[in-house]
Design a protein around this ligand. Structure first.
Ligand SMILES: Nc1ncnc2c1ncn2[C@@H]1O[C@H](COP(=O)(O)OP(=O)(O)OP(=O)(O)O)[C@@H](O)[C@H]1O
Length: 602
């Protein structure tokens, strides 16, 4: 089970984190600029309304000229309508580019995840990856569509609004400014706390997703061990932690919002008091006071909005940080700079030379110097105690991991010098855990050989003894979509489909990691018989636990203490190696008969 969930990295300012999105915004800069332009135009319309109101009060209304007033009133209505239309235009313009940015970020993240080594996926919780691929990118899209635009536009609104206030009356403007300044300071101070809380809530959401995902995938085990109650308790505890984290975020936001609400009201009250004195001593007109209060009221929303936008910026920065945490992990299984062309036709000549391997994060080498050669067309069974490193060794051939030192060559070419696509076209793999996707049977089988014809698919299904149960699904069986992870099939059926997938492209080299473990002995023997026919033309490295599989091989390599402890035919090893005999559960006096094919159990 994967367990890793990275914490926040060295804190950096929200803006420097979010700046990394710039390359994604560049291609959509025109509609984004259009949306910002529309928002600024809407702001100008909104700010013009109090100035026209001032004119109406101090002009036509003061003089009793209703004819002139009508035109100005119509202008106010037109400005209001234009503001609403521009508001609509902004939303329409920003929707498509931000959705485009979101989908590009997601595609790049997903592509990167597929290039990251198996060891990365072993360490990371799948729920964390899921929540970063889905939730965090939704947060980023919403930030770009709303908060980022509002932050910019409302900052401009505040500056322009204060300038308008100063043009009406400097004293009233100073009162408005005095109420806005502490708000900006408070917003800045809240930002750091908010960012930490937002990051914690996002990490908790990732843990939560992991729990739900693991529970759904392991529902059979949970039910069969009567663990539903304990899983529910664990789920509730996690939901509680998520709730606490989210409540913390909301509390910080509530405190900030309260400050944002109260201070502008106090400012407007101050303006009314001072304005009243000004009108009384004649230094201010009624129109000036109405215009100043209207502008201040108008500025309440941008002020409030800046606080909200800063909080959203913190949330988005935390999501962005989580996104780049994965993108910054280097894919260690990249294509070489100057790939060597694959040998054509491939012979399947495999050599392991001085191969050593230590799992990342471990200090204990699993393989300590493996030298092994598989001649073209040869089948070699790899045998060893559980945990001896058979799967690890088999995974080095298709480069699921790379050797720590030494090298693996295929037809004389180091596999690290080949393009991954070229390598995987030559090497077919089947593992004990047959991962099937929720695709059709045909798509699952032709995963590594997309051009395979129906006849080739059916032949692979026949060899893997899958044809019978596949045909039982009906005439359109190949187009039948499997349930998630192939759960609508039995374990043995899934293994047989995975085997068909490995052999359908007739690869030059097959790597089979105990792919028949879920079959009954009788079916296994039949599949092996059919496989034997295929393997006579193909080089095969077969991880084997059962004597039947080992007996089918031309040679057997015994892996112990990270080295090849014995190499020979099944019969030779039965005679020469106590360790091999004990692994094959054969007593010494059985060896000759066993080698000739008598029944042995695992
Ligand atoms: N991702 C990993 N990180 C650290 N150690 C690992 C990792 N995967 C496997 N190991 C360790 O490497 C060793 C070899 O594991 P491997 O799965 O290759 O053994 P195996 O011979 O195939 O076992 P089995 O027969 O039970 O399938 C084991 O001790 C295992 O605990």
């Amino acid at each position: 089970m994967s367990v890793h969930a990275a914490g926040p990295r060295t804190p950096r300012s929200s803006f420097s984190v979010l700046w990394r999105l710039a390359p994604y915004l560049r291609p959509v800069r025109l509609p984004v600029a259009g949306a910002i332009g529309a928002a600024l135009a809407a702001l100008l319309c909104g700010l013009a309304i109090p100035l026209v109101t001032q004119r109406i009060i101090d002009g036509p209304l003061h003089d009793g000229d209703m004819g002139a007033a009508i035109w100005l009133i119509l202008l106010v209505a037109a400005l209001g309508l234009a503001e609403a239309l521009l508001f609509y235009g902004r939303r329409k313009l920003i929707a498509r580019p931000t959705a485009t940015v979101e989908s590009r970020l997601r595609a790049d993240l997903f592509g990167h995840l597929l290039r990251l080594p198996v060891s990365f996926h072993d360490r990371w919780q799948s729920g964390q990856l899921l929540s970063r691929t889905v939730n965090d990118l939704i947060i980023l899209r919403k930030f770009l569509a709303f908060a980022a635009v509002f932050l910019f536009v409302n900052s401009v609104t505040l500056v322009v609004g204060l300038a308008v206030l100063f043009s009406i009356d400097p004293l009233l403007a100073a009162v408005g400014l005095a109420s806005a300044a502490p708000l900006l300071l408070a917003s800045y101070l809240f930002e750091t706390r908010y960012k930490v809380a937002a990051r914690e809530a996002q990490d908790q959401a990732g843990h939560f997703t992991t729990t739900v995902e693991e529970t759904m995938l392991g529902v059979r085990v949970i039910r069969s061990y009567g663990q539903s109650g304990s899983r529910l308790r664990a789920f509730r505890a996690q939901a509680q932690r998520l709730r606490h984290a989210e409540v913390r975020v909301l509390r910080i936001m509530a405190a900030l919002s309260t400050a944002l609400l109260i201070l502008p009201e106090l400012g407007i009250a101050g303006q009314l008091a001072l304005g009243g004195v000004g009108i009384a001593d004649g230094s201010l007109t009624l129109g000036d006071l109405v215009a100043a209060v209207t502008v201040s009221t108008y500025l309440r929303w941008p002020t409030e909005c800046i606080g909200w936008a800063l909080a959203e910026t913190s949330t988005a920065a935390a999501a962005c940080d989580r996104y780049w945490e994965i993108r910054d992990t280097p894919p260690d299984l990249a294509d070489p700079r100057r790939p060597r062309p694959p040998v054509r036709p491939a012979c399947g000549h495999l050599r392991l030379e001085g191969v050593r391997f230590t799992h990342p994060g471990s200090d204990r080498p699993v393989l300590r110097g493996i030298d092994l050669e598989l001649h073209p067309g040869e089948t070699l069974a790899l045998v060893g105690a559980t945990g001896s490193g058979k799967t690890t060794l088999a995974g080095l051939v298709p480069r699921l991991s790379d050797v720590t030192s030494g090298r693996v060559t295929l037809d004389g070419v180091d596999v690290r010098d080949m393009r991954l696509a070229d390598l995987r076209a030559v090497v077919g793999c089947a593992f004990e855990d047959p991962m099937l996707s929720s695709l059709t049977i045909r798509e699952n089988v032709t995963l590594g050989a997309p051009g395979a014809s129906d006849a080739e698919v059916r032949e692979a299904l026949r060899i893997s003894h899958s044809l019978e149960f596949v045909d039982a699904f009906g005439p359109e069986a190949l187009d039948l979509r499997l349930g998630e992870q192939g759960l609508s099939l039995s374990g043995g059926q899934r293994q047989r489909l995975a085997l068909a997938r490995a052999i359908v492209g007739r690869p030059a080299l097959l790597v089979l990691d105990d792919p028949l473990s879920a079959l009954d002995l009788h079916t296994e023997a039949e599949v092996e018989q059919a496989l034997h026919h295929v393997l006579s033309h193909t080089t095969a490295l077969v991880v084997a636990h059962r004597p039947n599989t080992a007996r089918m091989a031309d040679r057997v390599a015994l892996l112990a203490d990270g080295r090849i402890a014995a190499l020979g035919t099944h019969r030779e090893l039965l005679e020469s190696s106590d360790h091999y005999r004990s692994l094959m559960s054969v007593s010494p006096h059985w060896t000759a008969g066993a080698a000739d094919g008598e029944v042995m159990s695992r």
